[in-house]
Design a protein around this ligand. Structure first.
Ligand SMILES: CSC[C@H]1O[C@H](OP(=O)(O)O)[C@H](O)[C@@H]1O
Ligand SMILES: Nc1ncnc2[nH]cnc12
Length: 299
């Protein structure tokens, strides 16, 4: 932590389907990180990119053993924070719900609708209750940077869009797909919730590059989505995603600090349980996620 209380920048990258490593890391090593919430999806690849400390975590594990509902999202976010990560860039495969978002498009989503039902969605709970705002779930500072770099790299990028997070693992029925379109959603995936909620609770800046791989099942001129389509499009785009990560790391140092949106301070106003009613066991588990605001409780 620096004199002004800021943690030095460190980029965390969560790779989704088809992105199980990143390139260009110096002093790269896979590290095992233990958390009070269980095991992360895999060991975490730590190193430096363009002088910036970077941590990469494959969301489904190397080789993709974990389904979307089996990912331990709390452990993943806790582990990244524990390593010193300040900003999380999520790379995610999504289906398109819009004619103009063709496969190959990189969408910098700015909103989410959470329809997942089987996941631990909060670090907080009995013994320490917190309510963070999800009104603006994506960090604009990070998204601005990714957009600028993507434009420089001449990637087909679109700023803004709503990501519908479904439970899966089955893809949507046509009625569901049409309903998401009627709701004004732009893309559909299975993983960004509760990931974005947990990143917010952990005071991490979070942004997603949603890489469109298919038209789900609503488009009359395209067949229904299959895994093979997703992988084929992702393989065609994986090198673009990797060079985007390298370029983001290169530009990362030149940014205002602290986060203008306040992502790194949300817990200042979120805790509601009075100090005398807090559960010491819960506090111990929150050492990485919320240690900044709990130092008096745990001393
Ligand atoms: C392989 S298609 C479905 C799968 O792909 C997406 O994963 P991720 O967001 O980690 O790239 C989607 O959410 C599903 O988990
Ligand atoms: N059509 C789709 N639905 C849900 N998740 C996806 N990931 C990639 N394509 C998807």
């Amino acid at each position: 932590m620096s004199d002004d209380g800021q943690r030095p920048p460190m980029l965390g990258v969560i790779g989704g389907s088809g992105v199980y490593d990143i390139t260009g890391l110096e002093q790269a090593r896979w590290e095992q990180v233990e958390t009070p919430f269980g095991d992360p999806s895999d060991h975490i690849l730590v190193g430096e990119l363009e002088g910036l400390p970077v941590a990469f975590l494959p969301r489904h594990g190397r080789g993709h053993p974990l389904p979307p509902s089996g990912v331990n999202y709390r452990a993943n976010i806790d582990a990244l924070k524990r390593l010193g990560v300040t900003d999380v860039l999520s790379l995610s495969a999504v289906g398109s719900l819009r004619e103009e978002l063709a496969p190959g498009t990189f969408v910098l989503v700015d909103q989410f609708i959470d329809r997942t039902i089987e996941r631990d969605k909060s670090f907080f709970g009995p013994g320490l209750v917190a309510h963070v705002s999800m009104a603006e779930p994506v960090c604009n500072r990070l998204a601005d940077l990714v957009e600028r770099v993507a434009v420089e790299e001449e990637l087909p990028v679109r700023r803004g869009g709503t990501y519908l997070a479904m439970e899966g693992p089955q893809f949507s029925s046509r009625a569901e797909s049409e309903m998401y379109r009627a709701w004004g959603c732009d893309v559909v995936g299975m993983t960004n919730m509760p990931e974005a909620k947990l990143a917010r609770e952990a005071e991490l800046c979070y942004a997603t590059v949603a890489m469109v791989t298919d038209f789900d099942c609503w488009h009359p001129d395209h067949g229904n989505v299959e895994v093979a389509d997703v992988i084929r499009v992702l393989q065609a785009n994986a090198s673009k995603a990797r060079s985007l990560v390298e370029a983001v790391a290169e530009s990362f140092g030149h940014r205002p600090d602290p986060c203008p949106q306040g992502c790194d301070r949300v817990l200042d106003t979120a805790l509601i349980t009075m100090p005398q009613a807090r559960d010491p066991e819960r506090l111990r588990c929150l050492d990485a996620v919320a240690g900044r605001v709990l130092t008096n409780d745990t001393e």
